[in-house]
Design a protein around this ligand. Structure first.
Ligand SMILES: Cc1cc2nc3c(=O)[nH]c(=O)nc-3n(C[C@H](O)[C@H](O)[C@H](O)COP(=O)(O)OP(=O)(O)OC[C@H]3O[C@@H](n4cnc5c(N)ncnc54)[C@H](O)[C@@H]3O)c2cc1C
Length: 392
């Protein structure tokens, strides 16, 4: 089937999985998320409820949680995964619990992720597990390493434990034939994170592509880093795994750069970011013999660009080298239409106990208000589909 320029306007395909009731709920949710003051108030109240150990309302689970998350348990997730599978949409699974600080928490995160890898191994439409290294390591340890400061004996032991945990995950991923997508984080800890992932790619990506790093194209230096990584993979005879994103910490990065008086590593404007993002797609496609990659974006223009380029270069739409991904609960107009056209479409699906996933959800909601046009676009498409159904 041809890719028409208005392919992402097909709301019938996009929302086929949603009942009329689900659509009304989504409409209410995106109206709320589109309001900055309500989001900020909601975040404050949620954080207050958490710190006071108040019970989290079932209303929260029924509304926000169910819209953006797969479920609290694997059996709940399985229902969501099977529903997506009927539309040929795969899943990138993510244990949505963020930023813990004790060794006990870190070990718990590893146990949870090992369970998820096993689960993914048995569910072929789970294409990868997404992990954050700071989910099982102390943020400030990496900050210290990046600053070039000498680690104490205790800290060296701590780093060795982090490496061991990461290795455990990589071993399990390889054994279960599941890919491991490692998130990119703040630029002031990213160098040592990159180093860990690079080592893992050289070790685990010889036969197939198990470990993926994330490239944040809002950073001025990442296109060059991508090119360098491809050369390194070629020379080392392993595959480069690349998740391409624009980057989630723009405001934080800029604030820190201003406060600490250094040049921000982030591009000055969105246009330059968009240019680099599409250039990264082009680079990955032109070196596809050495690269497996994922276009992780809600940009319709970048998604369309990648799809058209694949057709132009005669790369099979279902090639296991190229995946597309949008967050569960957002960008359905892209995901489901990509799947319908035969591309490898996936949803980034967080799961975990409602209470523990709240910080992820609050970040999502706040991010939404800062992502220009995104919420408005979601709402517009939902309203369009509600109208279409009324007229059927
Ligand atoms: C599956 C998936 C995985 C992800 N994993 C990660 C990850 O590991 N690490 C991470 O950091 N993020 C990650 N993200 C989030 C991602 O980086 C973006 O924040 C988010 O997807 C919005 O970008 P976009 O391409 O979807 O949409 P768009 O709306 O096209 O782009 C919005 C983004 O453009 C950039 N931008 C906007 N305005 C400006 C400006 N004035 N100047 C410079 N840049 C600007 C920002 O990065 C902003 O988030 C992930 C997203 C998805 C869908």
């Amino acid at each position: 089937m041809e890719i028409s320029p208005d392919i992402f306007e097909d709301t019938q395909t996009a929302f086929a999985n949603l009942s009329n009731g689900d659509l009304q709920k989504a409409k209410a949710l995106f109206t709320l998320v589109g309001n900055n003051s309500l989001v900020n108030l909601g975040s404050t109240l949620a954080n207050l409820a958490l710190s006071l150990h108040l019970p989290v309302s079932p209303l929260f689970k029924f509304s926000v949680y169910n819209h953006f998350c797969g479920g609290e348990t694997f059996s709940e997730c399985k229902k969501t995964i099977q529903k997506l599978e009927t539309s040929h949409v795969g899943v990138l699974l993510n244990y949505g619990v963020e930023l813990k600080e004790t060794e006990e928490d870190f070990d718990k995160t590893i146990t949870k992720n090992l369970e998820a890898i096993e689960f993914a191994g048995k569910n072929k439409s789970v294409k990868a597990l997404c992990i954050k290294i700071t989910g099982f390591a102390r943020f400030f340890l990496f900050e210290k390493i990046q600053l070039g400061e000498k680690l104490s004996i205790e800290e060296r032991k701590e780093l060795a434990a982090v490496k061991k945990r990461f290795e455990k995950l990589c071993d399990a991923a390889l054994k279960n034939e599941v890919s491991l997508y490692v998130d990119a984080e703040e630029s002031w800890i990213q160098n040592p994170l990159d180093e860990l992932v690079e080592e893992a790619m050289a070790k685990y990506n010889g036969e197939c592509c198990t470990v993926f790093n994330t490239f944040q194209l809002y950073r001025c230096d990442r296109l060059e880093y991508l090119l360098q990584q491809i050369e390194k993979a070629k020379a080392g005879n392993y595959f480069l795994g690349a998740k391409l994103v624009r980057g989630a910490y723009m405001e934080k990065e800029r604030e820190r750069a201003t406060e600490m008086n250094y040049t921000s590593p982030i591009h000055k404007n969105k246009k330059t970011v968009d240019k680099d993002f599409d250039e990264a797609i082009k680079i990955c496609l032109s070196t596809i013999a050495h690269v497996y990659f994922c276009v992780a974006s809600h940009s319709e223009s970048s998604n369309l660009f990648a799809m058209k380029q694949m057709d132009k270069l005669k790369i099979a739409r279902n090639s296991d080298r190229v995946f597309f991904s949008q967050l569960y609960g957002m960008g359905d107009n892209m995901t489901f239409n990509q799947a319908k056209l035969g591309f490898n479409a996936t949803k980034y699906l967080p799961y975990g106990p409602v209470r523990d996933v709240i910080p992820y959800l609050m970040r999502r909601a706040q991010e939404n208000t800062s992502v220009a046009g995104q919420t408005g676009r979601e709402l517009l498409l939902i309203k369009k589909e509600i109208e279409r159904r009324k007229n059927c």
